[in-house]
Design a protein. Structure first.
Length: 306
């Protein structure tokens, strides 16, 4: 067990032991949070990826729902969740590692400094995002490919096809904007959610209501995704470059990708393409994820995580 300092109230710090039970509860709660949240918004994620990776198709809510309706008519409802198995294989370890790492880094800073400052709370979230993303990035590439190309039918088949035809390095194409993006998203989202929870006036022993958890989670997701969105677009283009007849060289580096998108598509229709869809699905996913994590984690350890 590791001795750490854990906040037990509205900003106070109390030494406690971070046991293997705490670690296991963070992992299980994180995995459940990621699985429930991503499965809920999977159809909208599929639509978002379709528009992000296309340099020719402009985004609008009308075109988005048209894409979803045509998908259902031509291939059935199940097609809306195509690639969700790959998403689960990635998101469950990603979310588990992310939440666990965030709790670990917060405990580390509390143990070292005696309290958790605003800067260290943000840094904990950023480091958690980096840790989780680097650990599961190859699975994210497989998910993106399976979502847009019919010939990628399973995780194993997709992995073997990419390695044989493009090389192992292709599984890590786009990792630079990904790491930059998750450091920003993780920092802001964990910071906003944790700070709102900490500042909420509660009597000792009371818990946040479901409404407050959902609202705070939605605000956290909205802030994080809005700030990091251009990097998400660049990441998708680099992951799937060449699949739509685009020249792969255009998306070979982060600088080239962002320059090409900005030059040929602009800011609103390029770097922020599909952002309005994120305003709908992002807060939903974040609120579900944070809420599920809190409830499952509380079920295991009987305490509020702030």
């Amino acid at each position: 067990a590791v001795v750490s300092t854990q906040s037990t109230g509205r900003g106070d710090t109390t030494p406690r032991t971070r046991s293997s039970h705490d670690i296991l509860s963070n992992l299980v709660a994180g995995a459940c949070a990621g699985a429930v949240a991503k499965s809920t918004i999977a159809p909208f994620d599929r639509a978002k990826i379709f528009f992000q990776v296309s340099s020719r198709q402009e985004f609008s809510y009308r075109e988005c729902f048209r894409f979803l309706i045509l998908t259902v008519r031509e291939k059935g409802y199940g097609q809306l969740w195509k690639g969700n198995s790959a998403t689960m294989v990635r998101i469950m370890p990603y979310a588990a590692i992310s939440y666990l790492a965030n709790e670990h880094y917060k405990a580390h800073f509390r143990r070292r400094e005696g309290y958790l400052s605003h800067g260290k709370r943000f840094l904990s979230g950023s480091l958690a995002g980096l840790t989780a993303s680097f650990s599961t990035y190859a699975l994210e590439v497989l998910r993106a490919r399976m979502a847009i190309k019919p010939e990628y039918v399973s995780i194993r088949q997709s992995f073997l096809h990419i390695v044989r035809t493009e090389g192992v390095a292709s599984l890590y194409r786009g990792i630079t904007p990904t790491l930059l993006g998750v450091s920003v998203y993780g920092g802001f989202s964990f910071y906003v959610f944790g700070t709102l929870k900490q500042q909420h006036p509660l009597s000792p022993g009371d818990q946040l209501t479901l409404t407050h958890r959902v609202l705070y989670g939605a605000l956290a997701g909205l802030c994080g995704q809005s700030i990091s969105y251009p990097l998400d677009v660049a990441r998708r283009r680099m992951q799937t470059g060449g699949l739509h007849g685009d020249h792969l060289e255009r998306y070979s580096t982060l600088r080239k990708t962002i320059t090409h998108i900005y030059t040929h598509e602009g800011v609103r229709k390029g770097l922020y393409k599909g952002l309005s869809l994120n305003f709908m699905k992002g807060p939903i996913a974040a609120s579900i994820s944070y809420t599920v994590f809190d409830y499952v984690n509380h079920l295991f350890v009987g305490k509020e995580s702030v």
